[in-house]
Design a protein around this ligand. Structure first.
Ligand code: NI
Length: 224
């Protein structure tokens, strides 16, 4: 996410609250979320844990580039597995820096080396080395508000910088199969994003099936 100035940030916050109020008052969210979990199940199996939810908001004219990367580089889930659901709240197009993916790059389940990037106008400071994949194969994932895409933890993806007047907002829901374990003590060695993420206190929700691993903790991080 880019970091807008204070006035822009408060305007974006008000905008997000308006969206959330509108969505929650006009949709049967429970039904929608169950339908999403069923789609995720098709990809990762019948036992599903929700472990993350991020709102991304790139204000008009302030969209930093997200360098090519694989999410698995950053996350303490072993065996590594996650399906991300990206739900568009604004139009997400090539013109305003939509998600770009390298089709099929997830198939071999290989995490490629990432290099430190010293540029400060990026949303991540690690990027894949040049020559490790064919950028010409990239596909733009263009979405209308309410549409969504799913991508695997190994998929190579990124987003171009843009100066469009169209804001781009979306919600990313992160789901893992319960055959994997959210290892709270694990600090992915190279996962330096520049942002502090407290994996030790991250709450988990079992949203379908049972905890197949028997090792995931569904108490930590929840408010009582
Ligand atoms: Ni990513």
């Amino acid at each position: 996410m880019s970091v807008p100035n204070t006035a822009a940030r408060s305007a974006e916050t008000r905008h997000l609250f308006r969206i959330i109020n509108t969505v929650s008052s006009t949709l049967d969210l429970d039904r929608v979320l169950r339908a999403i979990v069923d789609l995720v199940s098709d990809a990762i199996g019948d036992d599903v844990i929700l472990w993350g939810c991020h709102v991304f908001c790139k204000p008009a004219g302030e969209g930093w580039e997200t360098p090519w990367h694989q999410d698995g580089h950053y996350w303490p889930i072993r065996p590594l597995a996650t399906c991300t659901v990206w739900v568009a709240l604004d139009p997400s197009t090539a013109a305003n820096g939509c998600l770009r993916v390298i089709p099929g790059s997830q198939r071999e389940h290989v995490l490629h080396a990432h290099l430190h990037e010293s540029r400060t106008d990026l949303t991540l400071n690690q990027r894949m080395a040049d020559g490790t994949f064919d950028e010409a194969a990239a596909v733009d994932i263009e979405l209308e508000p309410g549409q969504m895409s799913l991508h695997d933890v190994y998929m190579i993806h990124g987003a171009a910088a843009y100066t469009s007047t169209q804001r781009r907002t979306g919600v990313a829901l992160r789901y893992m199969p319960s055959t994997s374990v959210f290892e709270r003590d694990l600090r992915p060695a190279d996962g330096k994003t520049g942002l502090f993420v407290d994996f030790a206190r991250r709450p988990l929700w079992l949203v379908k099936g049972i905890d197949r691993s028997g090792r995931n903790d569904f108490e930590v991080g929840h408010r009582r």
